[in-house]
Design a protein around this ligand. Structure first.
Ligand code: GDP
Ligand code: MG
Length: 681
């Protein structure tokens, strides 16, 4: 059976764009011309291959990270779907880690919209090389050069124009390739599958020469060989297209320049050169720094080279249920993944067996025997592993992602609308839990409500609407609430006795506990400081379990208890009367009693917020953050922008995107993630 291609021929890319710029249409055309999708789907027909989640079509945002593989001129291109919303910061960041390069799609009429600034900037942060595609040149009001200018102004990119549009609006028919100095015109009767490469017409000659001159000038600035040739007597003539292509590649991979191409995805123009550019300019997994992780025991940094012969390291970046089966999407950074051969999940300390390895084409899955470093594949058979977890070998363990960030901070109560929905709700939520480790589900025994907790409001919104559309489970939804924690201020002791007849038998157990506050972030601990005569070891573990379970829901307001040490300091049993039941009940009573004597208080989630503010809006944004009880930690300039880092209680962040938008005319963007818990003021 087949293996994956050579690593230098692999391109892992994402397409980043604001809503409506044409991301789905561009992807569709790519799949069509690479020969994998035989029917061209139009977005308005609801037939698009990538938009397989109904919810996405409705919202017009991309919330999955599925991957689609296609082949172009000997290269394997894996297209990773990048989520575009800030509430999914972890998903966005994970997607950006998994891809090596990106194509930014811009609408020639709308230009660079605020929404695309966020993802573009995040891609900058992760040092992801990019090329730009200015789309919709067929539309009235299309402005190619205006859009390029905005890339400079708003994204602070250094655009490198490689093509000029031929004709505009209605008469847009092709592009001039400034590297080969040819005109490319697409033929409408073949849905753009065929095109004519021709001499540049006289009318376009002058402008083409001028822009080629600009192109060479820019390349000369970053490439010594081009500089030399450029400065010699006959500029331009001495520089071959191949020499230019290799200089463009270097400048792109090192993030110095952003090549700009153009076309009209809807009218089937410009896609094949875009694919050429992906292969020619965007990095292969060999061109990016080796992935770094930590050793699960020592905490030391571990890095493996992107080499099939190195030890295995791979990241599960998405888990989905497809056709009733669990499918894990995996990026292999080093080593090989072989079907049937055990791998190790160091986060869980378990072995897993990839039963099938699949290349995920848009319209079919191709089974392969093994996949090597740099590739992205679907894997069937990973039973327990979940999103964000690492696969490696036991001899060379590495953790690629830190899991601690997954603190659910927002919850909503959901209640089925009808009794029949109740029966299915748990099953459906189990599926979601498997796909999404940032989701928590809890049952409130008293009210019968189910409590969903997650990373943000939109996160929970999407889950609730997917329940409705994909599974037809209708629920009433409560208002979103902050998920607090509880702890104690002072040490406290309490004892409790259970002495009752249950089921015709007397049960006896006595427990004395001392609780002590621990520093923030310590978690809960249990120690036993009693002799074996006082409490036999078998009952000590029963008591420990009961205490830890009591911590799930505190006495103050019912939130989970954190940062408390419980010490078993005394108790008693009575020969032949003691039982697990008696110790479970007395331990939990003693624990609750001690908690209420220890001056319990609430802890609230504090978020680390990073706001990007265009010059001129600083005052208002800072004022607003102060009004939200935020603490500004740092302000640093970044060409044309100021970056504000602040920590803000989550309870004060409701509605922040709206107020930031209105304070900055839509140009400010922010990301936030959980930082820590702190005492509620
Ligand atoms: P996405 O939200 O970025 O995925 O954008 P879509 O691919 O869904 O496109 C949004 C809308 O723009 C759809 O109605 C498309 O048919 C339309 N569209 C996409 N590309 C072009 C183009 O090149 N020209 C024109 N005129 N319309 C386009
Ligand atoms: Mg779309």
């Amino acid at each position: 059976m087949k293996k994956t291609s050579k690593i230098s021929q692999v391109r892992n890319i994402g397409i980043i764009a604001h809503i409506d710029a044409g991301k789905t249409t561009v992807t569709e055309r790519i799949l069509f011309y690479t020969g994998r999708s035989h029917k061209m789907g139009e977005v308005h027909d609801g037939e698009a291959v990538m938009d397989w989640m109904p919810d996405e079509q409705e919202r017009g945002i991309t919330i999955t990270s599925a991957v689609t593989t296609c082949q172009w001129k000997g290269a394997d291109i894996h297209i990773i779907d990048t989520p575009g919303h800030v509430d999914f910061t972890i998903e966005v960041e994970r997607a950006l880690r998994v891809l090596d390069g990106a194509v930014g799609v811009f609408c020639a009429v709308g230009g660079v919209e605020p929404q695309s600034e966020t993802v573009w900037r995040q891609a900058d942060k992760y040092r992801v090389p990019k090329i730009a595609f200015v789309n919709k040149l067929d539309r009235i009001g299309a402005d190619f050069f205006g859009t390029v200018e905005q890339m400079q102004e708003k994204l602070h990119a250094d655009p490198l124009i490689l093509q000029l549009p031929v004709g505009q609006e209605d008469s847009f028919r092709g592009v001039i390739d400034l590297v080969h100095m040819k005109q490319i015109v697409w033929q409408d009767n073949t849905l753009g599958a065929t095109f004519v490469v021709d001499e540049i017409p006289e009318s376009e000659r002058e402008s083409a020469e001028l822009h080629r001159e600009h192109l060479l000038e820019k390349l000369a600035e970053v490439d010594d060989a081009i500089m030399e040739a450029y400065l010699s007597d006959a500029p331009g003539n001495l520089i071959s297209p191949d020499q230019m292509l290799s200089a463009i590649r270097k400048a792109t991979v090192s993030l110095k320049l952003t090549p700009v191409l153009c076309g009209s995805a809807l009218k089937n123009k410009g896609i094949q050169p875009l694919l050429d550019a992906v292969v020619s300019f965007l990095p292969s997994p060999l061109d990016v720094p080796p992935v770094k992780g930590v050793h699960p025991e020592t905490g030391e940094t571990v890095a493996f080279p992107p080499d099939e012969k190195a030890p295995l390291s791979a990241l599960i970046f998405k888990v989905a249920i497809m056709e009733g089966r669990k499918l894990s999407f995996v990026r292999i950074y080093s080593g090989r993944l072989v079907s049937g051969r055990d791998v190790y999940n160091p986060g869980r300390g378990i072995k897993e067996k990839p039963a099938r390895i699949l290349l995920m084409h848009a319209n079919k899955k191709e089974r392969i025997e093994e996949a090597g470093a740099g590739n992205i594949v679907g894997v069937v058979g990973l039973k327990e592993s979940s999103t964000g977890e690492t696969l490696c070998t036991k001899d060379h363990p590495v953790l690629l992602e830190r899991i601690e960030f997954y603190e659910p901070v927002i919850s909503v109560a959901v209640e089925p609308k009808t009794h029949s929905d109740q029966e299915r709700l748990d099953q459906i939520l189990d599926k979601f839990l498997m796909e999404d480790p940032t989701l928590r589900v809890q049952k409130d025994e008293e009210t019968g409500q189910t409590l969903l907790s997650g990373m943000g409001e939109l996160h929970l919104d999407v889950i609730i609407s997917r329940m409705d559309r994909e599974f037809n489970a209708h629920v009433n939804v409560g208002k979103p609430q902050v998920v607090y924690r509880e702890s104690i201020e002072s040490p406290a002791e309490a004892s409790a006795v259970f002495d009752k007849e249950v089921g015709g038998q007397r049960h006896f157990g006595e427990v004395r506990l001392k609780l002590k506050p621990l520093p923030r972030g310590s978690g809960n601990h249990f120690t036993a400081a009693v002799s074996e005569e006082t409490i036999p070891p078998a009952y000590v573990s029963v008591i420990e379990k009961a205490v830890m379970e009591s911590f799930f829901s505190g006495v103050f307001m019912g939130y989970p208890v954190v940062d408390v040490e419980a010490v078993l300091i005394g108790g008693a049993c009575k020969e032949s009367l003691d039982s697990e039941l008696a110790f479970t009940v007395s331990a939990s009573m003693a624990c609750k009693d001690a908690l209420s004597r220890g001056n319990p208080f609430l802890l609230e989630p504090i978020m680390a917020v990073e706001v990007l503010v265009p010059e001129g809006y600083m005052g208002e944004v800072i004022g607003d953050l102060n009004a939200r009880n935020g603490k500004i930690e740092a302000i640093r300039p970044k060409t044309g922008y100021q970056v504000i880092r602040a920590i803000v209680p989550l309870a004060h962040m409701f509605g922040y995107s709206t107020s930031l938008r209105s304070a900055t005319q839509g140009r400010g963007t922010f990301t936030m993630h959980f930082s820590h818990f702190d005492r509620r003021q």
